[in-house]
Design a protein around this ligand. Structure first.
Ligand code: ZN
Length: 351
């Protein structure tokens, strides 16, 4: 009986996926060749490949879009200054919600152009997986990063566990659309982000932690064991970058340090900041990293939340569910939750 029902379900899902495939579009995936950039995209279920030139509008299935193909040096690990900061997390392919949040809170204008001047936008990981608008988000953030830089601002896209999973071929949470992409382009999905691809090269340059005005941003949290590593934040970024893709580490795989950092107690996975009795000693963590506050995603809440008198701020506001979301705004020493209509509520650090 079990087998039979599984068989029927399998057949239904196959038929559904074949039906979706006819009309789906995705891309572009751009690869670096000796003689230029080669783009592959899928329009209405069909593969199209062609060479492209940097700086020109890109024809995405009949729609003109802007792509930034140029590599940018990794961001610094520490920033200090008098500028506002906006942070959000765990977008998980919900491009439309992200855009509405950024527009409603004047980070970008109605056309998606940067209007946040010297402000910093932080995304604490997990653009990949679950939703169906991952490619759009990656290209947009890459483009916005360059726009922000021109205005004297910054975009920090920090790595989350889902970036690490996808780049290492762990595709458990991939939306069905991207399985179809891999089929049509006849490549394992993670190969579309190889180091010879524009997005893959970009992802390999990303930081995992950034400290801005005493706030430490990262995806998951910091297990007490992390203190024993005695690593500076800069060093942590360096190791995360170097050991992102296991297959690229040679026959030995990741180092012991890399295995800890990418493991379940490492900064990308640890959820202990939000457990009933947190094992983390916040005073020790604050002193060790010389910061006042830890701002993290990964553990989902209904909204942006403050814990332990504002020492922890959780910014995964469940955007992944595809209905709504919030971002955190830090301006002149005050901390606000902001929603998709631009309404702001100051965070209460009393609790
Ligand atoms: Zn996560």
């Amino acid at each position: 009986m079990y087998r039979k029902s599984k068989g029927i379900l399998g057949l239904i899902s196959l038929l559904l996926s074949l039906e979706c495939m006819a009309g789906f579009s995705d891309g572009p995936y751009v690869f670096i060749h000796q003689d230029g950039y080669k783009a592959a995209q899928i329009c209405d279920g069909e593969k199209r490949e062609f060479m492209i030139v940097e700086g020109k509008d890109f024809d995405y299935c009949g729609q003109q879009i802007k792509l930034n193909l140029t590599p940018i040096e990794p961001n610094d690990t520490h920033y200090k200054g008098d500028f506002p900061v906006v942070a959000l997390s765990d977008i998980h392919g919900q491009h439309t919600i992200m855009m509405q949040l950024l527009k409603a809170n004047q980070v970008v204008d109605q056309n998606g152009r940067w209007i946040f001047n010297k402000g910093h936008l932080v995304i604490t990981g997990d653009i990949f997986d679950r939703g169906s608008q991952v490619t759009e988000t990656l290209w947009y953030i890459k483009w916005l990063e360059a726009e922000a830089l021109k205005a004297g601002g910054r975009v920090h896209f920090l790595l989350g566990n889902h970036e690490a999973m996808v780049l290492n071929g762990d595709l458990r949470y991939l939306h069905i659309k991207y399985r179809q992409t891999a089929m049509v382009l006849a490549q394992p999905f993670e190969q579309l982000f190889s180091k010879n691809s524009v997005l893959g090269r970009w992802l390999r340059q990303k930081n995992t932690v950034v400290e801005i005005n005493g706030n430490l941003f990262l995806h998951g949290g910091l297990h007490p064991e992390t203190l024993k590593l005695n690593l500076s934040l800069k060093e942590m970024n360096r190791i995360f970058r170097k050991e992102l893709v296991v297959k690229e580490q040679g026959s030995q795989g990741r180092s012991d340090l890399g295995r800890f950092l990418y493991g379940t107690d490492g900064p990308l996975w640890y959820r202990g900041f939000f457990s009933e009795t947190p094992s983390a000693n916040f005073a020790q963590l604050q002193a060790h990293f010389s910061v006042e506050r830890f701002i993290v995603g990964h553990t989902s809440h209904k909204e942006v939340v403050s814990r332990y008198n504002g020492r922890i701020i959780g910014i995964d506001s469940s955007i992944k569910l595809g209905h709504k979301g919030e971002l955190l705004l830090i301006d002149k020493g005050r901390y606000w939750r902001a929603d998709m209509q631009g309404n702001r509520t100051q965070l209460n650090f009393e609790k």
